[in-house]
Design a protein around this ligand. Structure first.
Ligand code: GDP
Length: 446
C-alpha cells in the first residue's frame, strides 16, 4: 500500500531538491503536483483540499525557516501535515476504571473484524491482559467457529453460545459475556459483532442494541483499506448510526492505493488505533501517525529501524561500542564484522533499507536487487584476516590482500572495495566521537 503515492511524492521532492529558492510559482506547482498525487491515491476530496490549503499557507507564510533549504522545508511541512491528517498523536486504548474494559468491534462483513478480534486479543495478552473473545456475530455462517479457532491459536478464551442451545440473540450473548468475564477474571472483553455486505438499518439497530446493553469503553470500526472511497462513507454511516470511538485499518498489506487510510481520520473525526497487515495473527500493529507519514513520504520509518536495531544489537555490544567511542579508541574491522552480523540478524536487508530515508522510486528498485549474500561475503573476507589485521587495517598490504582474497574465495578487488568502505565507516565513527566532544582515535590507521 502507498507505493505509488510514495514514488510520486519522492519524484516531486526530487524535482525541487536542487533549487536555492522557491518562488510563489514553484510553491503553486508543487502544491498542484501533491494534490494530483493524493487524488490518484484515492484520498477523499475534502481531505485533499484541507491538506493542500495548509501546505500552501505554510510554505509561503512567515514560518519558512532560513536554516533549511526549500526542499527540506517542504518535506518537513508535508510530513507534519500528513501526521496531522493521520491523527497526530498515537491514540492508545481507553481502559475502564473498573474491569472489565469492553471493546466492541463493528464493520461490514469481510472487513476483517473477526480476524482483528483474534489479533487484538493476542496483542492484549502479550501486554499482560487477560482478554475474553465474545462471538456476537451470529449472522455470518461459521463466524462463531472462526472466532473459536482464532481464540485457540491466540491462546485466549472465547465466549460463544453453545451449538444447538438456541441462543440466537447477540445482545444476550454480549451481555452474558460481561458476567462471564467478571466471574472468570478477564479484564478485557472483545465483542465481535455481525456485519452485512452493505450498510442496512437492521444491522445498525443490532449494533446500537449491543452498544446500549454492554456500554463499551471503545467501539472500534474495522475498515477494509482495500475498498477505497466507499470504506470512508461506511465509516461515516457507522459513526452516525452506532457511534464509534476509533478506527482500525485492515488489509493494509494490499496493493490498493491507500486513500481510505489517509481519509478516514479526517472524515470521521475519529482516531485510528490499530493497523492490520495480513492474515496471520502477528500481522498487527498499534497505529503511529508519525511513523506512517514518514513511510508514505519515503523518508523511512527511522523509529522502527532503531527499535529493530536495538532489539538485535546485544546490550554488551552496545556497551562495548560506547566504551570504545568514549575512550577514543578506533573503530576496527572486528567492530565492522560485528555490525554486519547485527544487520544480518535484522532480517532481509532489502526490507531494512527500504525503511531508510530517501529510498523512493528508482532507489527502491535497486535495493530489491541487493543481496544478503553480499553481507555474507564481506563477513567471510574479514574472517580471513588475522586478528592483528582486523585491529589495524594499515597492515594489509598487497600480498596480504591476495592471501585474504584466496582465503575467502573472492577477488582482490573485492577486498580492496571492502577496505575502502571500512575506511569510510571508520572516518564517520571518528567524526561522531568528535561531534560528541570526545577525543578522536589514537590508533588511526594510515
Ligand atoms: P469479518 O467478516 O469482518 O469478520 O472478516 P474476516 O475477519 O472473516 O476477514 C475476511 C477475510 O479477510 C478473511 O479471508 C481474512 O483472512 C482476510 N483478512 C482479514 N484481515 C486481513 C489483513 O489485514 N490482510 C489480508 N490480506 N487479509 C485479511
Amino acid at each position: 500500500m502507498f507505493d505509488a503515492l510514495s514514488d510520486r511524492l519522492s519524484g516531486i521532492f526530487e524535482s525541487i531538491r536542487g533549487k536555492g529558492r522557491l518562488t510563489e510559482a514553484d510553491i503553486d506547482a508543487t502544491a498542484r503536483e501533491i494534490r494530483l498525487a493524493l487524488l490518484e491515491a484515492d484520498v477523499a476530496l475534502p481531505v485533499v483540499k484541507t491538506f493542500i490549503a495548509q501546505i500552501k499557507e505554510r510554505c509561503s507564510g512567515a514560518e519558512v525557516s532560513k536554516a533549511l533549504n526549500p526542499a527540506q522545508q517542504i518535506i518537513k511541512i508535508v510530513n507534519e501535515e500528513l501526521v496531522a491528517i493521520l491523527g497526530g498523536e498515537t491514540r492508545r486504548l481507553n481502559y475502564a476504571k473498573q474491569a472489565p474494559t469492553v471493546i466492541m468491534l463493528a464493520g461490514l462483513q469481510g472487513a476483517g473484524k473477526t480476524t482483528l478480534a483474534g489479533k487484538l486479543a493476542k496483542h492484549l495478552k502479550g501486554d499482560d491482559h487477560s482478554p475474553l473473545l465474545v462471538a456476537a456475530d451470529l449472522q455470518r455462517p461459521n463466524a462463531v467457529g472462526q472466532l473459536q479457532v482464532l481464540g485457540q491459536r491466540a491462546g485466549v478464551a472465547v465466549y460463544a453460545p453453545e451449538p444447538g442451545s438456541g441462543v440466537g440473540d447477540p445482545v444476550k450473548v454480549a451481555l452474558d459475556s460481561i458476567a462471564e468475564a467478571r466471574q472468570k477474571g478477564h479484564d478485557v472483553v472483545i465483542v465481535d459483532t455481525a456485519g452485512r455486505l452493505g450498510i442496512d438499518e437492521e444491522m445498525m439497530q443490532q449494533a446500537r442494541e449491543i452498544r446500549a446493553a454492554v456500554n463499551p469503553d471503545e467501539v472500534l470500526f474495522v475498515i477494509d483499506a482495500m475498498i477505497g472511497q466507499d470504506a470512508v462513507n461506511t465509516a461515516e454511516a457507522f459513526r452516525d448510526g452506532v457511534g464509534i470511538t476509533g478506527v482500525v485499518l485492515s488489509k493494509l498489506d494490499g496493493d490498493a492505493r491507500g486513500g481510505a487510510a489517509l481519509s478516514v481520520r479526517h472524515v470521521t473525526g475519529q482516531p485510528i488505533l490499530f493497523a492490520s497487515t495480513g492474515e496471520k495473527l502477528e500481522d498487527f500493529d498499534v497505529f503511529h501517525p508519525d511513523r506512517m507519514a514518514s513511510r508514505i513520504l519515503g523518508m523511512g520509518d527511522m523509529l522502527t529501524l532503531i527499535e529493530q536495531a536495538e532489539a538485535v544489537f546485544e546490550e554488551d555490544q552496545k556497551e562495548e561500542m560506547t566504551q570504545k567511542l568514549l575512550q577514543g579508541e578506533d573503530f576496527t574491522l572486528e567492530d565492522f564484522l560485528e555490525q554486519m552480523q547485527a544487520i544480518r540478524k535484522m532480517g532481509p536487508i532489502g526490507n531494512l533499507l527500504k525503511m531508510m530515508p530517501g529510498m523512493g522510486g528508482q532507489m527502491r528498485q535497486q535495493i530489491d536487487s541487493i543481496d544478503d549474500k553480499q553481507i555474507d561475503r564481506t563477513s567471510a573476507i574479514i574472517r580471513s584476516m588475522t586478528p592483528a589485521e582486523r585491529r589495524d587495517s594499515s597492515l594489509i598490504n598487497g600480498s596480504r590482500r591476495l592471501r585474504i582474497a584466496n582465503g575467502s574465495g573472492v577477488t582482490v578487488s573485492e577486498v580492496n572495495q571492502l577496505l575502502t568502505r571500512f575506511k569510510d565507516a571508520q572516518k564517520m565513527m571518528r567524526q561522531m566521537s568528535g561531534a560528541m566532544g570526545l577525543p578522536t582515535g589514537t590508533k588511526a590507521t594510515k
